[in-house]
Every structure is written in structure tokens, then in C-alpha cells.
Design a protein around this ligand. Sequence first.
Ligand SMILES: [Ca+2]
Ligand SMILES: [Ca+2]
Ligand SMILES: [Ca+2]
Length: 268
Amino acid sequence: MMKSSFRRATVAVAGGVLASATALAADVTFKDPIGDDNGPGNYVYPTDGVYTPGSFDLVELDVKDGGNVGFEVTVNDALRDPWGMGVGFAVQMVFIFIDTKEGGHTVGLAGTNIAFAEDAGWEKVVILSPQPASRVQAEIRTKGGDVAGDIVVPRRTTGAGRTISAKVKKNELGEGDPATWGYQVVMQSNEGFPDKSDLLTRKVNEYEGQHRFGGGNDADCDPHVMDILAGKGEGADSEKQAQYDMLAYECGPEGGAVKMATLTMVRK
Ligand SMILES: [Ca+2]
Ligand SMILES: [Ca+2]
Ligand SMILES: [Ca+2]
């Protein structure tokens, strides 16, 4: 009797070790420093109280591969739902650009005013939005342009604590091991009443307003981005400057982009 229960215990321990080893091999985590939720270095939040400090400060991206691919994006403040979105968060919107193979798109999405470097072309972008998936899909149909077919909207995106989560079918993303892909996370804000050319994004203007970020340019030559991953994605303080360098931009006298903010990927 004693012998058989000992054997069962041994089997259970061995199984547990095996399961956690598999999970470790498939998951990947990137970290981002705190306090760099100011875009190229000088952006500020809108003045309305719903945009609480840290709301757009990216802290971590976790990618979990297990049948579906799970994405978890953590920010530096408790998520809240002041607009009654019903999914545990409201003010944030996150774009996760994924580089699964050579080549890919070097343009950003409508309303972001960013580009990607030649060696950081993306194949897919996952949108984590508190809006219903049907609304996001409708926006993509009218504003997605040439890259509409490579924008992935999870069926369900939810927020809890400080973390926004969603799962996507692996075959919607690409071939290979997600732990080997390159990633870039773009922190934006859920704008329910977007400009006709903006994909649910909130604008950055020269001066902040009740629902407008400030510190940028009133034209569309400035990146509409509050925080991104940079460097090795380890959360090192030096990654702040790497972010500011990537998001550096130059506007022409008529408001055209002389130099667009150009992003690279982080990868393990
Ligand atoms: Ca950050
Ligand atoms: Ca690529
Ligand atoms: Ca950052």
C-alpha cells in the first residue's frame, strides 16, 4: 500500500517537471522600462482624468504558445473602464507588430504615423482594443489599406489588473516558433470617435487637450505613439534613449514628414 502511493507520487512529480519544461521553451517575455510613456521623449497625456498616470506606460509583453498564441500586455497602472466598454479596460489600444519571416510591410497603420526599418518588416499585426471585434473589423475594412489582410483582431480581448490579454489562432499569424519571431508593441489609445483617416487612434497634437495627447505636431508628421519596446526588450534604462532615437521625426514647413519615426523589432 505504501509502495504504490509512493509510485503514484513519483509519476505526478515527473509529469509536472515535463509540463513546466515545455511551457518554458515556448513562452517569451519582453520587458520595457518605466517612465518612458512620452513617445519620442516629450509627449504628454490628455488632460481628462480618465488618462491616469502610467496608463500608456508599457511594462511587459508576454507571448504564450500553446495551440493558440496568447498575448499579454502589462502597463504601469491598474486598468479601469470609465467608458463602460465591458471588457475590463477602456482608454488603451495596443498594436503588436510581428516579424515572422524575411520581408514584410514597412508601413505602419493608419493614424500611427510610423514606419518600420527594411530589416524589421512585419507580416502580421494584432490589435488589442476594448472595442467589439466587429467594430475594429469594420474600421479595418475602410482604413486598413493595402495591409488590411494582415491585421488580426482577436475574437475577445480583456483587461484585468494591469494586463490586457487575448488569444489568436497560430495559423492566423504564421509559420514557425513564436519565440523566434520579432515583436514591436505600440501603445496607443482607444479613440471611439476617430478622424476619418485614423484606425481608432487618438491624435498627438502640439498642445494636449481633454482627449488629445500633446508634445507633437498638429499635422501628421509626428508618431502617434506613446511607448514602444526598444533595444533587447529587457527593461534596461538605456532602452528609453533607444526608443527616443527610433521615434525621432522631422516635420516640413507644410506639415509633411521629412523624416518619419522608424521602428525596429525586438527579439530573443
Ligand atoms: Ca515603458
Ligand atoms: Ca518580416
Ligand atoms: Ca519603451
